[in-house]
Design a protein around this ligand. Structure first.
Ligand code: IPE
Ligand code: IPE
Ligand code: MG
Length: 236
């Protein structure tokens, strides 16, 4: 076991590169996504074992509906498989699952499984595992703005009372610390609409490795790189 200089409280990961991994291995794209869930399992387990407070994983964006129906179906199928095979162990490990994104925009079966997972693990006090499904960062901020506007109209708050903390409390991540470390695999250097508000002062890492190949060594390397970063938050 490595010891770390300083662990992030909140790690966010954009799990990218499944398509390229499949291509590289001359497999169908669905197989890339399937292999990606193996990496997912081990990174969740390790985060829990290391005592990381929160882990947020980008699994399906509001823009991913643009993909071919067959690929979307494969991803939807993997969501069911993943929860069916992992929920017992995650619950045993005291992991608290939260879905970031619009569950109600998903097919019924996926919706039911995700609500069940949240319900079953909601009181757990271990790793806070956020899985972003049908998630968009801008949509999240719009949703928060609407919630605040409704409260203002109802006379519960005054518009001038709205501050950063109040807005943050309307986000899916309401009670979690800001993202400390954002990792995007596969070498792409963009946020693709992930946790826009929460990443304001995150440290970014863009390892070249494709998501299905992101193993514990790669994760540890990222955590060490984070530990060696100097964070200033605008100060001296
Ligand atoms: C990321 O892998 C997983 C999802 C978007 C669901 P991609 O499928 O985007 O992989 P690349 O970018 O095509 O390699
Ligand atoms: C971001 O990856 C979404 C997920 C990893 C779930 P994409 O592969 O969809 O992002 P773009 O299209 O390259 O920006
Ligand atoms: Mg991609």
């Amino acid at each position: 076991m490595s010891t770390f200089e300083k662990l992030p409280r909140h790690v966010a990961i954009i799990m990218d590169g499944n398509g390229r991994w499949a291509k590289k291995h001359k497999l169908k794209v669905a197989m890339g996504h399937r292999q990606g869930t193996e990496a997912l399992r081990s990174i969740i387990r390790e985060s829990s074992d290391l005592g990381i407070e929160a882990l947020s994983l980008y699994a399906f964006s509001t823009e991913n509906w643009k993909r071919e129906a067959q690929e979307v179906e494969a991803l939807m199928g993997l969501i069911l498989e993943f929860f069916a095979s992992e929920i017992d162990e995650l619950d045993e490990k005291n992991v608290c699952i939260r879905i970031l994104g619009d569950k109600d925009g998903l097919p019924q079966r996926q919706r039911d499984v995700l609500y069940d997972a949240e319900e079953r693990t909601g009181q757990n006090t271990g790793l806070k595992l956020n899985i972003a499904i049908n998630y968009g960062g801008r949509a999240e901020i719009v949703r928060a703005s609407q919630a605040l506007a409704k409260k203002a109209l109802a006379g519960e708050i005054k518009p001038e009372e709205i501050d950063e903390a109040m807005l943050a409390r309307e986000l899916y991540t309401k009670d979690l610390p800001d993202v400390d470390l954002l990792i995007r695999t596969s070498g792409e250097m963009r946020l693709s609409n992930f946790l826009l508000y929460q990443c304001a002062y995150a440290e970014f890492l863009f390892p070249e490795v494709l998501w299905p190949d992101f193993d514990l060594a790669a994760y540890h390397e990222a955590l060490h790189a984070f530990g060696n970063r100097e964070r200033r938050f605008g100060g001296r």
